[in-house]
Design a protein around this ligand. Structure first.
Ligand code: TEU
Length: 549
């Protein structure tokens, strides 16, 4: 089994990473051009979001063929070259397996539509009249989660877009097909897998209306999910690779099971959950704006960090991905304290117990783009919700300001490589607009600066590799009642490391009384350790990392 505890994973959204052939869309050859940059940053694995043939209704999460490359991203030879060249630099490629659903363009679904019973059993079809939805469940992208096929007189389930039909994992043939996909890529030298919404694969035996919610309580961490995952891992022997499951609306007890390390039938290396990224959803509604609830954030980190440690599970640590707004725009500052807040947020995540993920552009503190026109958006969820918000009576201006804060497109803007044309992303006008600040926030500038956000990420990655207490130590939280400060202590038999982060843009006091003289500062985003009358004071968005001497 591979030791992934001191590894750092970098997420690439290929469409927006680097365009090599001047069509305005990023591609595999573009990634190849940037391998030395990624090596310099110090990451170990590159997770690529889907690059398989797809109608791109959901930017590749609607897969039409799991074992080929979409021509817009390149060819199979490009992928093989990327695997080889990454390997030479000691970096592994991880692919994104979207196994909860396929595109409705997938040959399996097409055969189902043509009336082949065998393939209808690959999906979740229900007989019914056109005006009788099988259940009242809602799609995660808005609207009902069922679509009627008049020619068949049946409904099919789609938890996401109408072109993303849910697979029927209760059918052993489906499970066998998906194992073949894994083996195909493993054979090519893929070093790890990320499994998209994998905790949604097992649907309940009986489908019923949900009068308390949108239906998710019936299928999240569903009845056979652990059994199916165990089977998949066992039969493909991916227990020896790095695997991460994306868990939607999940539970701690299930995540412990998904990522339990020392058990006979292992499931995955680690899990993503999203609870810490819902602390600015008003009443749980992503489309209702609210300031982040910092106490809730602290509580969630504590609950998950302590719970996973106790259960011997393993967390994937992250702030950003292709579905989330940029973290500096969200929990930090885009103005005066842009750099300080980007660094503080980075340290708070990287030094916890788990494996850190960096989403492209996060390492240079990229921000939300603040689009002002609906025509600038590309994401299916954002476009659907824009209409829903208008139907709810919001003005266009209000709906646009909600999207500017919440849209998934906030993180999907092209990577800012330089202050040159199109931010050095492409010679052609890009498939979506860049953030205007690319002239100021870009890789070229930060790569050389010792004080840059980029250099800080490099230092964090180094630290994990050099200090076993970061990768393997236990964790304990401090400052639990202090709403301004997130703080924790990492410990092993040789060392104690303390991390204090000021989550606010004002000066604040650390309540904890520690023998400060016995610690030395090893990393921070300000000079020295500021003390007033014996108390440690944190400056705006300050982070200090101290090590026992
Ligand atoms: O996302 C799953 C998911 O539920 C979300 O993060 C989703 O974007 C959010 O709930 C909407 O508010 C995964 C992928 O990361 C995402 O890009 C895909 O669109 C989705 O699955 C479907 O494959």
């Amino acid at each position: 089994m591979i030791d992934f505890k001191d590894k750092v994973i970098y997420q690439i959204y290929p469409k927006s990473f680097k365009d090599s052939n001047g069509d305005g869309v990023g591609d595999l050859k573009g990634i190849l051009e940037k391998l030395d940059y990624l090596k310099e940053l110090g990451v170990d694995y590159l997770w690529l979001t889907p690059v398989f043939p797809s109608p791109q209704k959901d930017n590749g999460y609607d897969v039409a063929d799991y074992c080929a490359i979409d021509p817009q991203f390149g060819t199979m030879e490009d992928m093989e070259q990327l695997i080889g060249e990454s390997g030479k630099r000691n970096m592994g490629i991880m692919l994104d397996m979207v196994f909860n659903h396929t595109s409705t363009s997938h040959p399996w679904f097409q055969k189902a539509l043509a009336g082949e019973k065998e393939f209808q059993d690959y999906y979740i079809f229900r007989d019914g009249l056109p005006n009788q939805l099988p259940t009242n469940w809602q799609s995660k992208f808005g609207g009902p989660s069922w679509e009627y096929v008049p020619s068949l007189g049946k409904w099919y389930l789609h938890l996401f877009d109408v072109t993303q039909a849910d697979l029927n994992w209760d059918n052993p043939k489906v499970r066998e097909e998906l194992k073949k996909v894994i083996l195909f890529w493993k054979e090519k030298g893929i070093q790890g897998f990320r499994f998209d919404v994998v905790n949604l694969i097992s649907k309940p035996d009986v489908f019923e209306d949900d009068f308390q919610g949108d239906g998710r309580r019936f299928y999240s961490d569903g009845p056979h999910v652990h059994e199916y995952l165990k089977e998949l891992v066992r039969d493909t022997k991916i227990g020896e690779l790095v695997t991460v499951g994306e868990m939607s609306s999940t539970h701690l007890k299930d995540c412990i099971q998904y990522s339990a390390q020392d058990v006979k039938d292992r499931e995955l290396s680690m899990c993503f959950h999203f609870h810490h990224l819902k602390v600015d959803y008003k009443d749980g509604d992503k489309w209702a704006l609210m300031e982040p609830d910092r106490m809730a954030l602290k509580r969630i980190f504590e609950e998950w960090q302590m719970g996973m440690e106790k259960g011997n599970g393993w967390n994937a640590l992250f702030w950003c991905n292709h579905d989330q707004p940029r973290i500096v725009s969200r929990f930090g500052s885009e103005g005066k304290y842009w750099k300080e807040s980007a660094k503080m947020l980075a340290a708070m995540i990287h030094l916890m117990r788990g494996t850190p993920y960096i989403y492209q552009g996060e390492e240079i503190g990229m921000t939300n783009p603040h689009y002002e026109k609906i025509s600038q958006y590309r994401d299916v969820e954002s476009l659907n919700y824009y209409e829903i918000l208008l139907q709810q009576g919001k003005t266009k201006k209000e709906a646009l300001s909600i999207l500017a804060a919440r849209s998934r497109d906030n993180s999907r803007t092209p990577m800012q490589w330089s202050c040159g044309k199109n931010g050095g992303f492409s010679d052609h006008s890009p498939w979506m607009d860049l953030a205007d600040n690319y002239w100021e926030i870009h890789v070229e500038k930060q790569r050389e600066e010792p004080d840059s956000v980029f250099s800080f990420y490099k230092a964090l990655i180094q630290m994990r590799k050099e200090m076993e207490v970061i990768s393997k130590g236990t964790i304990e939280f401090m400052e639990k009642e202090n709403p301004d400060v997130l703080a924790y202590e990492r410990k092993d038999k040789n060392k104690v490391v303390m991390v204090f982060g000021n989550l606010t843009e004002h000066k604040t006091t650390v309540w904890e009384k520690k023998p400060w003289e016995t610690f030395q500062k090893v990393l921070g985003n300000y000079e020295g350790l500021h003390r007033e009358e014996g108390q440690v004071i944190l400056r705006p968005y300050e982070v200090v990392v101290l090590e026992s001497m």
